[in-house]
Design a binder for this molecule. Structure first.
Ligand code: FE
Length: 192
């Protein structure tokens, strides 16, 4: 099965001024695309060639894992963004308040942990089997998909996610992220 670069769920200019068309052209059009191409190249002629992407992420290691997980993480990231992402619904709001104290305290903690992650990686809002929320960071290609917790929302913390628009200022990127976070997506993931 040849893996395909999925469609972006929005126009590449739709997230401006918070995330530019140029960032999307590189981040989606070059980086995400390369992970998909590399994965196809690496698994060609191997038993992994016939597996679903999620299955590869859960079972592979080394370069196959890195490219498969980055392919999956980026698709999840694009769905975590929207020009009109709404707000946490009542159920998710209550879970956020219960765990973090308030929506503002949650956003502060999310940004602090994102800014403290050393090097490249991701930050995730996740829920466990009991519905309890937490914030997780992961290094490089690592992803909650290999663990027990279900991801609700993510932000890419690799420099390629923000260098064009914010240069080295990851905290400014995190501030802008709240303008384009897709809470409709998080609401659906929380209830699924
Ligand atoms: Fe990325």
């Amino acid at each position: 099965m040849k893996h395909q670069l999925p469609q972006l769920p929005f126009d590449p200019a739709a997230l401006e001024p918070h995330m530019s068309r140029e960032t999307l052209e590189f981040h989606y059009g070059k980086h995400h695309s390369a992970y998909v191409d590399n994965l196809n190249e690496l698994i060609k002629g191997t038993p992994q060639e016939h597996l679903e992407l999620e299955h590869i992420v859960r079972t592979a290691d080394g370069p196959v894992f890195n490219n498969a997980a980055q392919a999956w993480n980026h698709t999840f990231f694009w769905h975590s963004l929207s020009p009109d992402g709404g707000k946490p619904n009542k159920l998710l709001s209550e879970a956020i308040d219960a765990r973090f104290g308030s929506f503002d305290l949650f956003k502060n903690k999310f940004a602090t942990e994102a800014n403290e992650l050393f090097g490249s990686g991701w930050i995730w809002l996740v829920r466990n089997g009991g519905g309890l929320l937490s914030i997780e960071t992961s290094s490089n290609a690592d992803t909650p998909l290999t663990g027990e917790n279900r991801p609700l929302l993510t932000c890419d913390l690799w420099e390629h996610a923000y260098y064009i628009d914010y240069r080295n200022a990851r905290p400014d990127f995190l501030k802008a992220y709240w303008n384009i976070a897709n809470w409709e997506f998080a609401n659906r993931n929380f209830e699924a």
